[in-house]
Design a protein. Structure first.
Length: 119
């Protein structure tokens, strides 16, 4: 069973930066596709970024492209989300998720970490 634990959330002023971490346990981390999602107050959960198993391929939502960077360290079993130039509309609970090889759904989710961006 895969367990994911996020950290790094908090309160930041607009224009600031934060880095989220998500550490996995159980299974073989390097075989998981990893992603970050977020849920803003009153809105549905939305995709933020994803990264391939090796880290060589990434994809971003248009709303964060050029500001956020996803990366991973397969030795530390950790995926990161570097968030720069934060905006108030980035305020949300951020979740990391894992998708196993040959599956289409992100089956494993962390508990989430709150990011609040003040204007």
């Amino acid at each position: 069973q895969v367990q994911l634990v996020e950290s790094g959330g908090g309160l930041v002023q607009a224009g600031g930066s934060l880095r989220l971490s998500c550490t996995a346990s159980g299974g073989t981390f390097s075989t998981y596709y990893m992603a970050w999602f977020r849920r803003a107050p009153g809105k549905e959960r939305e995709f933020v970024a994803r990264i391939s198993r090796s880290g060589g391929s990434t994809d971003y939502a248009d709303s964060v492209k050029g500001r956020f960077t996803i990366s991973r360290d397969n030795v530390k079993n950790t995926v990161y989300l570097q968030m720069n130039s934060l905006k108030p509309e980035d305020t949300a609970v951020y979740y990391c998720a894992a998708r196993l090889l040959l599956t289409v759904q992100y089956a494993y989710w962390g508990q989430g970490t709150q990011i609040t961006v003040s204007s």
